[in-house]
Each structure stands twice: as C-alpha cells, then as structure tokens.
Design a protein around this ligand. Sequence first.
Ligand code: THU
Length: 144
Amino acid sequence: MSIDEVEMKELIAAAVAARSRSYSPYSGYAVGAAVLASDGVIYAGCNVENAAYPLGFCAEANAVGNMIMGGGSRIVHVVVTGPNGDICTPCGGCRQQIREFASAETTPVTICDADGVIVLKTDVGALLPYSFGPENLRNAEPAK
Ligand code: THU
C-alpha cells in the first residue's frame, strides 16, 4: 500500500500539529511524529520529557503507542518533524520501535522541518539495516 499525495499532506500536517504539543522544556528540541497505519488512520505523537531526564519519551515511540492503543497494527508510512535547520531522523530506539510494526526494508520514513517541508526521504531498511524483528523469533527454541 503506498500513500497518495492527499494522505501525505495529511500525514505531514498531523506530525507538525503533534510537534506543537511537544513537552520539551529541558532540551528545547520539539519533535512531532505521525504514522499512517494499514487501517487508513493517522496516529501522532510528540516527545514528552521529564525532570528525571532518562524517563522522557520520543515522539515516534508515542505515535507507535497511540497506534496500538487506537487499534492500528501495521505502519505504512512515518513522518517525523523536527526543528528547522536540522534533519531529525529517528533515534536508534525509535527505529527499532517503528521496525516492529513496519516492513523491515520498504516502509518509507519522511523527515520534515517544523514547517512541514520535506528534508529527507528514506526507509526503514536504510535506517536499520540487518534489523532484528519478530520474524527472527520464529525459529527460537523453547527456553531452558
Ligand atoms: N527525540 C525524539 O522525540 N525523537 C527522536 O527520534 C530523536 C530525539 C527527542 C527526545 C528528546 O526529548 C529531544 O528530542 C532531544 O533529544
């Protein structure tokens, strides 16, 4: 399933809107993310920081959590929006979070600036080559 131009605009708008909700008083680095799920619904999230710094959540992880909570199951396309002048690619942990529900190779990931202007088009396979996912566990032996 690939995304059409209208859906792409909606997905970018959802990520930009999510970014405006960012709670990032410690880093000052606001991030918004939106995923289009295979049910056709867009799920969004922003980063939520914490005074206990390591407990903060990334925007992508929150978008994925919202997708699961909302009944979505597979990710068709991801948009991440960060500050202007930067290319906010998903952090390593978020790449793995996305990969769990996406095609390991082909799911597109589009990075935008704060205004929703596309700054990079990539995909899960490029961001996380030779990834480890649910398929790897199919040949697991019973735990001893
Ligand atoms: N951040 C995200 O939300 N997503 C990423 O993929 C990169 C980093 C957030 C975490 C933290 O709140 C802020 O950006 C600075 O690292």
